[in-house]
Every structure is written in structure tokens, then in C-alpha cells.
Design a protein around this ligand. Structure first.
Ligand code: ASN
Ligand code: ZN
Ligand code: CA
Length: 325
């Protein structure tokens, strides 16, 4: 029922401002400094053609709220995700150079998806129809899509098979942390649901995905059951659909992140999130990274940041989902 983009191509991005490297690890205590973000929201006017994107410009930085709720939701939630990345990881916008963030709302007729368009370098949101809606209202969905763009600048994981599932996983990891920061929830307290609020009210389910319990997000006679396995026992090679099941097998690393975050305790972005962020910026994640390689790098980085105890926590999480022994 859901259409997926074919692939995420790597791309070069033009910088808006002077390059600035930052190695600072921010914490919750760091005050929010407006680092010069620039958001623009467009109305795609329900046209289905990607060639007509972005559409009509309706709201840019500094302008007051529009009459269209989807426009304001996209604008506000993009701002919250940019604040999250800046506060926790000292990262400026998509490319760390304050690249403008473009979003188009009302794409297509009854279009049930949201995606990062790598060719046009913008986010695109449909209105949904029978199963899903209100993508712009979910900060974790916006965080997920924006993270696809950021991943191209940190460790561009090929959008196919295991690296593709890791690409999906990383988008869920940073999407859920943006939501957890907004809701001031610790790892323990969080629901770990992606796209809670995006399922139409009559759908039997709670969200698009569950990072805590993959495979349990929905089960509806009309749309089927959440297909995510929560362990390598459920991993199948050779799936051609969905670029080799990138949205399916991301459940396995997702649960590992959840387990690590809860074991570390406190807010997810303080320990587990720092490990995953440093991993993506380590230069040790190749484009065709496998689950095992990713588990190894996160474990190494956990050791570097949090010593033996940190490495033990991360290793145990990957062991529990069957990626390593
Ligand atoms: N919402 C999906 C995603 O971000 C759309 C896609 O497959 N590109 O992964
Ligand atoms: Zn995605
Ligand atoms: Ca909730």
C-alpha cells in the first residue's frame, strides 16, 4: 500500500555560509543559539509530478504563521529538528553549513508518504488518504526525513539491503530522539514509536514503526501487519521489494539502539545517541556497511566515549538482536 522511493543518490550540496567544523558535544544544558537556519515551505498544490516541485512558496523564515496547518506544522517541526541537531550535536542544518531547508506539502493526490528527494534536495509530504495522514504533524517523521539528508553528509549508506536498512535505522534513531527531546522523555519513559499520530483513527495500530517492539506497530485487515522482525532470526536475504526490505529490516538495529539507550539510562541523546552520532562521523562506516560492521563500529566508539562499561552495553544490545554473538 505504501510507495517507496527507488534510491537515495549521493549528492553535492552548495554551501550557504563559511565552512565551520565543530567537534563540540553539546548537552541538554546548552542554551539554544539561533545559528542562522533558513526554512522555506512550498505548496505542491496536489500535483503528482516531481518535476513540478517545489511548488508555490508559501512561508519562509521570519514570516508569521500561514492559514494552512500543514505549512505551519512543517515549518515548526523542521525548526525543532534543526534545534535538536544543533543543541545535541552542534550540527548546523543539513550540511553543517546552514544549508536552506526546503519542504513541499500537499504533494500528489491522496499521496501516503513523506520523503527526502535527493535530486531536488528537499523534503516532500503527501496528505495521506486511507491508512496514513498528517506526516507534517509528526516531529519524528520530519526528523526521519531530514536525517536522510544529513546522512548523505556524514556516512552516505547505500540505500539497498543491509546498508539501506541501516540508513533507515539511523533516520529512525535521530527522529525518535528529536521527539524525545521535544517531549522531555528519557529512554525509559519514551514510547519508541515512529509516526504515532500518522495513522488514520480507524486503523488498527499505534504508529508506523515501533523501535522497542518491531513488528507490533499495526495489524489491520485492510493494510496488513507491521512486517518488521525484531531479531536476525527474521532476516531474509534476497528480498527485492523495498530496496531489499530497507523499511523492514531496520527494525533489528532499531531494537538494538532502544536496548542500548535504556541500558545507558537517562536521555537517549546523552549516551547512545552520542555513540551513534560519532559512529556516523567516524569515517569508519562504509557505504556498503553491514549490520555486523555497524555493530563493531558502535561498540568501538562506545568504548572511546564511555569506556569498557559503554562497550559492554552496546555489544550486549547487538547480541540480544542476534547481530553479533
Ligand atoms: N518515508 C519513506 C522513507 O523516508 C519514503 C522513502 O522510502 N523514501 O524512507
Ligand atoms: Zn526513510
Ligand atoms: Ca506517545
Amino acid at each position: 500500500t505504501m510507495a517507496y522511493k527507488e534510491s537515495l543518490a549521493s549528492q553535492r550540496l552548495d554551501a550557504e555560509q563559511q565552512p565551520e567544523t565543530s567537534t563540540t558535544t553539546a548537552t541538554t544544558a546548552t542554551p539554544s543559539v539561533k545559528p542562522g537556519f533558513y526554512r522555506a515551505v512550498y505548496d505542491a498544490k496536489n500535483k503528482d509530478d516531481e518535476n513540478e516541485l517545489p511548488g508555490d512558496l508559501v512561508r519562509v523564515e521570519g514570516q508569521p504563521a500561514h492559514t494552512d496547518a500543514a505549512v505551519n506544522e512543517a515549518f515548526d517541526n523542521v525548526g525543532k529538528v534543526l534545534d535538536f541537531y544543533h543543541q545535541q550535536f552542534a550540527w548546523k542544518s543539513i550540511d553543517n553549513r546552514n544549508m536552506h531547508v526546503l519542504s513541499s506539502v500537499h504533494f500528489g493526490q491522496d499521496y501516503e508518504n513523506a520523503f527526502w528527494d535527493p535530486d531536488r534536495m528537499q523534503m516532500v509530504f503527501g496528505d495521506g488518504h486511507a491508512f496514513l495522514y498528517k506526516f507534517t504533524g509528526c516531529i519524528d517523521v520530519i526528523g526521519h526525513e531530514l536525517t536522510h539528508a544529513i546522512t548523505e553528509h556524514t556516512a552516505p549508506l547505500e540505500y539497498e539491503g543491509q546498508p539501506g536498512a541501516l540508513n533507515e535505522h539511523v533516520s529512525d534513531v535521530f527522529g525518535i530522539m528529536a521527539k524525545q527531546m521535544l517531549e522531555d522523555e528519557t529512554a525509559e519513559k519514551s514510547d519508541w514509536l515512529i509516526g504515532e499520530g500518522c495513522l488514520l483513527p480507524d486503523v488498527k495500530g499505534v504508529a508506523l514503526r515501533s523501535m522497542k517492539n518491531p513488528g507490533t506497530a499495526y495489524d489491520d485487515p485492510r493494510f496488513g501487519k507491521d512486517p518488521q522482525p525484531d531479531h536476525m532470526d527474521g532476516y531474509k536475504r534476497g528480498t527485492t521489494e523495498d530496496n531489499g526490505g530497507v523499511h523492514m529490516f531496520s527494525g533489528i538495529p532499531n531494537r538494538a539502539f532502544y536496548l542500548a539507550a535504556v541500558a545507558f539510562g537517562g536521555y537517549s541523546w546523552e549516551k547512545a545517541g552520542q555513540v551513534w552520532w560519532k559512529t556516523m562521523n567516524s569515517g569508519r562506516v562504509p557505504p556498503r556497511c553491514t549490520f555486523i560492521q555497524f555493530a563493531d563500529v558502535t561498540t568501538e566508539v562506545a568504548e572511546e566515549l564511555f569506556g569498557d562499561e559503554g562497550a559492554k552495553i552496546v555489544r550486549a544490545a547487538w547480541t540480544e538482536v542476534g547481530v553479533v554473538r
